[in-house]
Design a binder for this molecule. Sequence first.
Ligand SMILES: [Zn+2]
Length: 388
Amino acid sequence: MGGEVLLPDRVAKIVQEEYNKLKPSSKPVLRSNGVKEWTVLASTLLLDSNTGNLKMISLSTGVKALPDKELSRSGGKMIHDCHAEILALRGFNTVLLKDIDNMNQNLRQSDLLEISDANGKYHLRAKWKLILYISRLPCGDASMRTLSNSSPTSSSLKSIDDSDEFQYIDPNIPTILRGRLNFSRNGVVRTKPGRLDSLTTLSKSCSDKLCLRQVTSILNCMTWSLLDTPVFIDYLLIPQLNYDNKNDLLLSFQNRLKCSKVNYRPMKYLTTTVKFSEDKNFITEEPSSMSSIKLFLTQGETIEEALLNGVKNGSYTKGNKPLRKNCESIVSRYAQWHIYKRINPNYSATSYLEFKRSQTARLELIKYTNEILSSEGWLPTQPDDFAV
Ligand SMILES: [Zn+2]
């Protein structure tokens, strides 16, 4: 079939086209001082394995994470981790919840899901394969080698010795490193990269989170309880991957989790020459503070939000002030829990964390996986509980 566009190119073009349609407020800008901003773009798409058709589920941008301290007033409303790929996966879960809610209320059929005869739970229709598009390598372990080869600041950082305590959040846990410190060390958990003078985030890098997702599935505690079949990433598509990048992905993902204790689901790595237009091109460009999420619901409806500091743009309040009403994103825990309780009213008196802790099989998988990723211990983020 001459002239047929290859799947990776097709996906990258659709993702770029949908990005172009986002509102200007959702995108990086050219600052008044002439500095150009860049961001990371991500998307989840479903590939119909019978027809080859693609269905976009979520599109997101973002490179920021909140300091752990901010979470004390979150009550489920703030999004800790606004890196694009994590937002895209959150978006996927919100679409599943909305779809199930719709099926429940209108007894309508869904193109995404069907009901399992055996237990009345749901599963993704067998024809769908999940694609995660990310415009660059995920932060953390999988991208360290590329960074250390390309960054002019890396030579000084490389000289950090494993005994230098400042590279650790907790010196007793030498298998979790802060951001990009000690560049050349591979196979360790890293927190989200950030400036050294910024408040510490305990959010783990996207490499670590994607590793975990290929064991537990991309379902969150709510969709986990509604679906009887886990959903894994089948294809990870990143533009301009070379041989070394693909090897780094292999080392960082399946090689780190080579262990009989957990069952890691390998992804297929795809690449394309079609580059994202707002990727970082020059050292003078600055990361955008803005993140965004757009959901493509199965009824053709879309929801788009620009996010700043983990809440909807325009809703952020500084310091110890309470958060504004309706500041929460559609992909926040708070909003998802709201939909979940409409689907499953049995939990109306339960707090979000009580519910999450009741999903013991899922929590065990997370615990085992974290033990493999960081053998010397784990540093959880602050609990973010609430009751709606
Ligand atoms: Zn990241």
